[in-house]
Design a protein. Structure first.
Length: 173
């Protein structure tokens, strides 16, 4: 089906005035029957200067708009490059800070491991001291049960001396 308004517009007449006949041939080709007065070519050479002026004006407007768009694009690209450079610098500083924090964290972990080892040693010493104290308490209880207090003549042989040794072991690191 032919597009009548478009056809009329192409040849320069009002679309509502077009009432041309149409005919389909044996091959399925649609032929539009145009009246002879419309089929004759029109001399449009008198309109050429006006058309050329319009084209020149439109080309100048297009060139100005294109130049403005390119200038704006270049400005945006420069701004984006500056922003990218600043963000890269910020990222580099963040990476450097992160490396420093990782080193500090490693130092703190090492100190924690040392403190935990020291705590285990102190707990072991405390356990040994408590066992010695319990043993001394038991020996003291046995002595009181017998009612005797013997002081050995030799140095370090008495319960009191052993108690002093245990206290020194507990108090010294």
């Amino acid at each position: 089906m032919a597009n009548w308004p478009k056809s009329a517009t192409l040849i320069g007449i009002q679309p509502k005035l077009v009432r041309w006949g149409r005919q389909k041939d044996n091959r399925g080709v649609l032929r539009i029957l145009v009246p002879p007065e419309w089929a004759a070519s029109r001399d449009k050479s008198t309109d050429m200067p006006a058309i050329q002026a319009a084209i020149t004006s439109l080309q100048a407007a297009f060139d100005a708009a294109l130049s403005a768009a390119l200038s704006a694009k270049d400005g945006e690209i420069a701004t984006l490059r500056e922003t990218l450079s600043a963000e890269r610098g910020r990222a580099d500083r963040a990476v450097a800070a992160m490396a420093g924090l990782n080193e500090h964290l490693a130092d703190l972990r090492a100190k924690l491991a040392d403190a935990q080892a020291e705590l285990v040693g102190a707990q072991t010493a405390q356990g040994e001291a408590e066992a010695d104290a319990a043993e001394l308490s038991q020996v003291e209880a046995e002595r009181r049960a017998r009612g005797l207090w013997r002081v050995s003549g030799r140095r370090g042989g008495g319960v009191r001396d052993r108690l002093m040794v245990v206290l020194l072991v507990v108090l010294e690191p």
